[in-house]
Design a protein around this ligand. Sequence first.
Ligand SMILES: [Zn+2]
Length: 684
Amino acid sequence: MTTDPERYDKIYRPRTFSEVLGQDDIVRHLRSLIGRNKLRRNLLLCGDRGAGKTTLARLYAAALNCESNLPDGSACGTCETCRDPNGGGLFEYDTAGLNKEERESIGALLAQARISKCRGSVKVIFLDEAHALDDDAIDLLLKEIEDDRHGFVFCLATTAPAKLGEALISRLMVHRVRALAPDTALQLLRDIAAKQSIDYDPKALQLLAAVKRNYPRDLVIGLEQISGPGDRITVELVKEAFGVDQIDILHAYGLAFAKGQFDRASEILSAWQESPLRKAEWIRNYIVSLYYNVVLGRDVVVDPLLHGAIREQGAVVSELQQRLGLTAGRDLREHWESLLQFWARHRLDDDAGAQLTIALFERQIDILRDDSPLSASRSPIVPVAPPPMVEASSDAMGCTVIRSASEYMSAAEVREIINRASFFIQHHGKLFNVALTMRPFAASEPEAVEAIAAFRRKLAGVLSAKGEDGWGGAILIDRSEERGVHARFTGHVPGVAEQFRPEFEQFLGECRRRASDDGDCEIQSEVAPAGGKQALRFHWKAVLDLCASLYEPGLDSSFASTRRGILDRLGVRVKDRRDPRPISPPRLSFIGGLTDEALQEASRFNMTFLSAYDDSAFDRIRDGWELKEAADRRREFNDRQTKFASLSRQFTGDQLKQEQDVLLGKWPSDAKFRLRSWPVWWQQ
Ligand SMILES: [Zn+2]
């Protein structure tokens, strides 16, 4: 172990814009300011400690003052100003580190900066931990920024922007500094290891990235802490250095409840030295991870830390099976899905809420007691089950908005998109015929997201105003290198494919007019070719386009050769895939015939849907079986509806309810039990 934990941090701190990893939006913005005659802008950088806020502020300040900037806009590092020992124009204050008087007299600090001599012509005031400023200091800053008498450039950094107040925030260019994407974090560790000739087990670096949550400074310091001369970095070493014994605790906990030792399970939980929030997250990820990797026997990374050990947790599942006398397949899966639904219903925001969730979960696993028949609590109508890890809600226009816990597009969201796109054909017998990309020209991510949400509401308005059944669409908020934050829409717009141009131009014109109420935007559109195989191909291409920014953790190059990811199985071509980029959820919503409400309505009389995706029938997903299913389904639906209606002519009140229940009981809620006129995939 070395004695100076900051050494790597200093060596590997980015010196130019091009060396900054994973903050493309901010870097592009700063470079464009420098490129446009060194525009001065007041900035607010939000993000966790170690995310790189200070580095970005220093790069901007140095670039503003440098006498011969590099081609990428960065400071040269060699001119007189760059080498000025007085910092060439940058004044850094750690606001939280100031004492009370200093904080109160921020004016005095500014006066000092004003008179102090330095070579740089632009004085940049960097206030780190700016949320520690009190109201008077914020007022003073507001005035200083408003008047701009002294030509300062202000750069504020904070982990808690809300504390700065709207008035100040509205006068700053706001940027969010994010954790690195896991692939980028891993690449950073690999690069440094190579430069320092450190020998390592690739899995150990993956684990380190997961422990350090992908913040560059923590990553490099963490790497330095565990690397000694001649040592190989192993998984064991990382576990030992950073106390990763959570997996053993989870295993003991899982085994206790599987064996029916509920008191023991509670003891383990309360002895566990973790915050309630982290405990709850661990348990949730553990349950979901077991579901995919053991119950379903698939290979899905829910949490990189857990994943390495999850297969060895099979004992938990087999103990449970044995105790409850379950068969391997369906029975256990249903029990487990009830646990998933529990976690899908509970959001984890803070410690107090998480503690409550854990208490409720302990009640929930009571259903895994021997004497609890799960089936008794089932309702006769089975709505589309919420998928694990995402949560759906309705907005004012009745759109279904999906919330995920992750900043990246997740497998659960892909599942929603694929399934609903399939359900839509099964019920309506119609294909999606339009694909739009809408890009608002907004200054910041929140503004762009708001503009897109407004566009979505208006799109829903335009479409529902047509007064026809059988329209619907999915909207994804995405982010890319070229387009910044933008929206992708695909769906069925009635009349468009058949009468093509005039109808569509009218629809598009309406979209444009509505969208531009909220500021400028660009809309690109594509319409399905008429009929047959081409129309089917258009539908699935547009749907898979929405999924193409899926981020599958763990599927980096070292895994790619040995297993196939979701996009591979769906047949999304490599050139059509987009670099996954973080965007604050919610980023996915459904309108019209794709909302929860519409799907529940369509599932009346136990008319549930088939999902080739959930059955892993990947070669059937895009082959168009839904068009035949739609005809079978319509017949059956009408038949059931007629029978239901005739009951209400014979009975009333409680008796009607009873007769209806009897009838529903005859119609199994498993969609596979209905008659089919086409070759199905589950009986081969
Ligand atoms: Zn220079």
